[in-house]
Design a protein around this ligand. Structure first.
Ligand code: ADP
Length: 392
């Protein structure tokens, strides 16, 4: 056996029948391999490869830094040694998906280090195939996101306590503001009408921000309530568009019809449409047109909210639905917001077994879409409840 390997090695290093150009090709392949090996070795992310049984085959320096094991200690061990109790099921779920050839992208979960600490990681796992296309293992990239998660949690805790403190005084301020507005209108006091209306409008905005902050805390802790009913989707969209038109200078066109019934939480889905519409308006300072298109495809209804505004640069596309993510770093003040609306929208749509996505070109505008399953009552079947949906 060792002789065979040695012979092979020798053939490879000193190929007898190799001409100069083949030799140059081999050297250039080796050079490229060394180059890639150096990149893998110098990465801060853990880059690990696994065989088909889930045993670790390679382990870079980043993996050693994140998990604490040296390659000598870990190679040959099952990847499940990195999984904390309670997360062991991750292992079979991930392997099952890999066997089907499905890549797992940016999957956030917990892992355990050699010294017993539990850390947050974001994983990307892809199948490795042999030249015949058969899956022979997996490559895994893990990024330590513990610090980011901690900061996020701190921010959420702070927002949560501030919003609870502000909610009561602001609600009572709005109540008295509304009463005052009525009185001023009744007295025909035109001079003060605009003042009080502006005060009430701004108070309304503040209350909306506070509500969003409270929602994001609920969504993160899994306490976002969803109450489902059957409703006409066309009527629902019409109501949403009409009420947005009342508070906006933009021309909002409504196109299409679905003639479908949806089983879902109208108020929560209303939050999604309001958020997409208000973003379309907010991020289109130089265009006054927004088009809402509804259609029905097979067993789904699809909504598209199109604007002709500033658009989103390609490099940020992947991050748009992340909590607190906002694109316009230095221009943030120009467009007010907290970067939670789309994250909440995604949570709501996912809990309705729907999908949300977008297309956008920097400087030309964006279209945000979401799709929802049509009520199965229409197909004569009993409806499964939304919360029966498996976690995505
Ligand atoms: P917010 O608008 O409060 O910042 P969102 O979660 O609704 O939060 O949106 C996240 C980010 O996505 C925004 O800060 C903005 O950078 C970008 N974005 C969302 N919708 C649009 C749009 N229609 N056009 C351009 N950028 C958008």
């Amino acid at each position: 056996m060792s002789k065979r390997i040695a012979k092979k090695k020798q053939d490879y290093l000193y190929p007898v029948n190799t001409n100069r150009s083949e030799l140059t090709d081999i050297l250039s392949v080796m050079e490229r391999l060394l180059y890639w090996a150096a990149i893998i070795e110098s990465s801060d992310d853990a880059i690990i490869s696994l065989d088909i049984e889930g045993n670790i085959r390679s382990w870079n320096k980043g993996a050693q830094e994140i998990y604490g094991y040296t390659s000598e200690e870990i190679i040959g061990k099952p990847i499940s040694v990195l999984m904390p109790t309670g997360k062991k099921e991750d292992f079979s779920t991930i392997l099952n998906r890999l066997y089907k050839g499905i890549k797992i992208v940016h999957y956030e979960t917990k892992r355990q280090t050699k010294d017993g600490r539990t850390i947050d990681v974001s994983l990307t796992v892809s199948p490795i195939r042999d030249p015949h296309g058969d899956i022979i293992g997996a490559s895994k990239i893990a990024r330590d996101i513990t610090e980011r998660k901690l900061n996020e949690q701190k921010r959420i805790d702070l927002f949560s306590s501030i919003s609870h403190e502000l909610k009561t005084p602001l609600t009572s301020q709005k109540l008295f503001g509304d009463l005052l507005e009525k009185q001023i209108l009744k007295n025909g006091d035109i001079k003060y009408k605009t003042y009080i209306q502006n005060i009430n409008k701004q108070t309304g905005k503040l209350i909306q921000i506070i509500n969003d902050l409270m929602e994001v805390t609920r969504s993160r802790t899994g306490r976002l309530t969803i109450e489902k009913h059957y409703f006409s989707f066309d009527e629902f969209i019409r109501e949403q568009v009409y009420s947005t038109r009342l508070s906006s200078q933009h021309k909002i066109e409504l196109k299409g019809k679905t003639n479908k019934t949806v089983f879902g939480d109208k108020a929560r889905l209303g939050q999604v449409v309001t958020n997409l519409l208000s973003n379309a308006i907010k991020y289109s300072p130089n265009s006054d047109k927004v088009i809402v298109n509804v259609s029905a495809e097979n067993s789904h209804v699809v909504v598209a909210v199109k604007d002709f505004g500033i658009g989103i640069p390609q490099i940020y596309h992947k991050r748009i639905f992340e909590r607190f993510f906002r694109v316009f770093g230095s221009n943030e003040k120009e467009y007010t917001g907290l970067g939670i609306g789309l994250n909440l929208a995604k949570d709501i749509i996912t809990r309705h077994r729907g999908k949300i996505w977008f297309t956008s070109k920097h400087g030309q505008g964006s279209t945000f879409f979401f799709s929802l399953p049509v009520s199965s009552r229409e197909n004569g079947r009993r409806n499964a409840t939304i919360d029966d949906a498996p976690a995505v």
